[in-house]
Design a protein around this ligand. Structure first.
Ligand SMILES: CC(C)(COP(=O)(O)OP(=O)(O)OC[C@H]1O[C@@H](n2cnc3c(N)ncnc32)[C@H](O)[C@@H]1OP(=O)(O)O)[C@@H](O)C(=O)NCCC(=O)NCCS
Length: 167
């Protein structure tokens, strides 16, 4: 029964215009089971949160249209006062490389992602599993972040490298 209700709630999110219902979407995801999302977070209805992942989102954090948060059995923690732009992907899951098996994408596994308070992740960036982003860091548009990012720094590119320090 709970699964059916959750499917219905996800369906409801799909019919909302994609740039709307920021507070309602946060509350809907809490009902779906992501209970550590602050009811004071602002999440556009087109944001997708998927999987067994434990998602923490702090208060007054904004998450823009079509952003994806998911992975397998890991924790994705986003602090308070963060700005996550549109089309960002925060993906905790990956696969072991299996040279001897039938498929090269071998056994799946996940690693936690920790995003500190006040971080700004610009449009289209990708944050991979195992990464910690320090407070008030900026991730430039289109970056792929595969290593930890220090607080008060701007990083950018594929893979993301230091652009400048802010302090
Ligand atoms: C991260 C950002 C804010 C940095 O701005 P900035 O500090 O003013 O940076 P600058 O334009 O002075 O560029 C500094 C260096 O970073 C590089 N850089 C800037 N943006 C970059 C990006 N997205 N990827 C890779 N490198 C980037 C510049 O080429 C420049 O390198 P150089 O010194 O070798 O020439 C900006 O580049 C950005 O990505 N904005 C995205 C805005 C966005 O997503 N808006 C959606 C609404 S939130």
């Amino acid at each position: 029964m709970i699964k059916i209700i959750n499917h219905f709630l996800r369906l409801l999110l799909k019919v909302f215009p994609e740039y709307t219902f920021k507070y309602l979407t946060a509350r809907i995801y809490r009902v779906i089971g992501y209970k550590s999302i602050s009811s004071k977070a602002r999440i556009f209805s087109s944001v997708k949160i998927l999987g067994e992942v434990e998602v923490v989102i702090g208060e007054d954090t904004f998450i823009g249209a079509n952003t994806f948060i998911g992975g397998g059995n890991c924790k994705i923690s986003i602090g308070k006062n963060c700005d996550i732009s549109s089309n960002v992907q925060i993906i905790g899951g990956t696969h072991e490389i299996d040279v001897l098996g039938d498929r090269i994408a071998g056994k799946g596994y996940s690693e936690d992602i920790i995003i500190g308070d006040g971080v700004w992740i610009c449009a289209g960036a990708k944050i991979l599993g195992g990464v910690t982003i320090g407070e008030k860091a900026i991730i430039a548009a289109g970056s792929v972040v595969n290593k930890d990012v220090e607080s008060y720094t701007v990083v950018g590119g594929v893979p993301a490298k230091l652009i400048r320090k802010l302090k």
